[in-house]
Design a protein around this ligand. Sequence first.
Ligand SMILES: Nc1nc2c(ncn2[C@@H]2O[C@H](COP(=O)(O)OP(=O)(O)OP(=O)(O)O)[C@@H](O)[C@H]2O)c(=O)[nH]1
Ligand SMILES: [Mg+2]
Length: 376
Amino acid sequence: MATATLARQIGDAVKRAARKNGSSGGGWYGPHMAAASRAIAERIPLVDLVLEVRDARIPLSSEYEQLKNYPSSPRRIIVMNKMDLANRSQIKEWIRYFEQQNCISYGVNSHNKENIKQFLNFLQAQVRELKKIDHSSYTTTIMLVGIPNVGKSALVNSLHQIGRISAAEKGKLKHAIVSPHPGETKNISSLKIGSHPNIYVLDTPGVLPPKILDTEVCSKLALTGSIRDCLVGERKIAQYFLAILNLSDEYKKWAKLALNENDRIFVNDKPECLSSSELDMKQKRQYPTDHTQDFIVHDIRRTLFETISSFDGNVEDEKDMCRLMETQFTALREAFRIPMELGEEAQDKVAAKLLNLYRTGRLGHYTIDLIPGHTR
Ligand SMILES: Nc1nc2c(ncn2[C@@H]2O[C@H](COP(=O)(O)OP(=O)(O)OP(=O)(O)O)[C@@H](O)[C@H]2O)c(=O)[nH]1
Ligand SMILES: [Mg+2]
């Protein structure tokens, strides 16, 4: 199957890059990760709660290895972040799965205020429960740990923004640095998320397991952005995404985009009916080089729908899948308005833009890990 072959190629590329970069930090596991891992391990017994942040698209592949053999306890909560990017119907199933493993888990979207409010209430309830057992200290410390780029800093910021309740603290809003690239957080830092009792959260640097994981896990980490794109190459990762998309049903949602093409424009992803003068006004504000603009995203979805639905081969067959992906790269270049004269470079641009749209949730919702024992 094409996904397995691509996964193997990605895994091999990561191993090659890690060997080449050695301990310079450019590889898989640099000295900074080893230092962070030690600092985190020292603090685990000292904090009241540990939130293990995972990516909701890959709730197993994004586990934090240091906690793997930790006994399940009410002090440890698995937080499936980026819930908005995963298949919505699967979140509840994952929560049930973790429950069966005696683990507490919670799905969140760090960008959603209401969701963070509910999560904060849940955390406060957990803290109250814990304090019933342990009266030793008034201040509560919660540490967030996880692999890179799962959204620890974004979650810390959102909790801080929502939870900073005392008037005296207003205007003292601090924030952790958030970035689409893995490895942004370099130090452990603390932010307050509640008063009476005081609750602090510790943001920590993302840490990968020291030993490179199996090829399939590597590919999933590359796709979701937990390892740096340069270790694998964006083109390979984009192909892996296309293979997942082509085998899923997500593209079927875009069938309507192929119809009544001239009558509609999409604003905030919702179709809007406009008069011709309004349409003119909207179109004047379109920037063809910005692939995040609604009209380009609309073209990309339509292109993906059309290439898959008109494909005469068998997507389960590796050669056929490669043929489809080649067709898609060519069609996407046009839809992204990338000049043909760029040659090979055009392919890289297609890959980078496609990955960006996928990672910001504009090309569907995919839960890539399977619950153990389940089949697709
Ligand atoms: N769609 C979506 N994106 C998110 C969410 N949480 C974080 N992000 C994005 O994910 C990227 C990584 O977020 P960070 O908070 O920097 O991740 P991190 O885990 O702190 O990463 P490191 O510091 O490298 O370990 C950023 O582009 C965030 O905007 C979420 O719930 N949904
Ligand atoms: Mg961070």
